[in-house]
Design a binder for this molecule. Sequence first.
Ligand SMILES: [Mg+2]
Length: 242
Amino acid sequence: MNKHNTLPYKFLLFDLDDTLWNFKENSKAALADIFDQYNLKHYYPTFDDYFQRYEEHNQSLWRLYGTQQITKSFLHVERFLAPLRPFGILDTSLAGEMGTAYLNRCAEKTITMPHAIETLEYLRSQYELSIISNGFGEVQYTKLNRSGLSTYFSHVFLSETIGYHKPKPEFFDAVLHELGALKDDCLVIGDNYEVDIEGAMNSGMDQVYYMPYQQSFDKTMLSPSPTYIIHDLADLRVLLKC
Ligand SMILES: [Mg+2]
């Protein structure tokens, strides 16, 4: 094994949701549990019918949350209440209970992104690996532990603990300080352009933009352009010469 990396990195900083832990699939599996647990087939003939309606509401609520028109606690209740309201159900405490049950179920799901585990297995021998995530502490640790991902990381950096969210430079500064790392020694890997890629870019770190659902993509469409773009985590081995 080449002891000296060809690329000048020592620390790899991974986002968690939809970069290593498959949020999309795990969330759908958790909603299927909720569909069964709360007997929602009474209102929707199939899970897919329910899921489609839930997703419509969830996405528009996240847009409102993103522009600070609603609070997170409203989103938490409303995404479960809205699909039931046409059936005369107006029980906010029931919807809140469903919201909490969904989050707990979701964190216990263990689907990782394709080639995540095997790629980390290779990378761990040559790099120090950390998690950088905006998610909530309790939930993120459950995800890491249940999915078998936790064993690969020396540090787990959460916005909740640091007190700043990605893409704030303060978040990345705190990570560098804690690791005792220089920004040139770090490579950030994430699936969210504004949060992971621009955040790292503005803090002077190189970035890998992971785009699992867009297999062909013109890099020049993004401005500023990320240092690297990959569509499969296995490509990190090629990129990082492991
Ligand atoms: Mg993500």
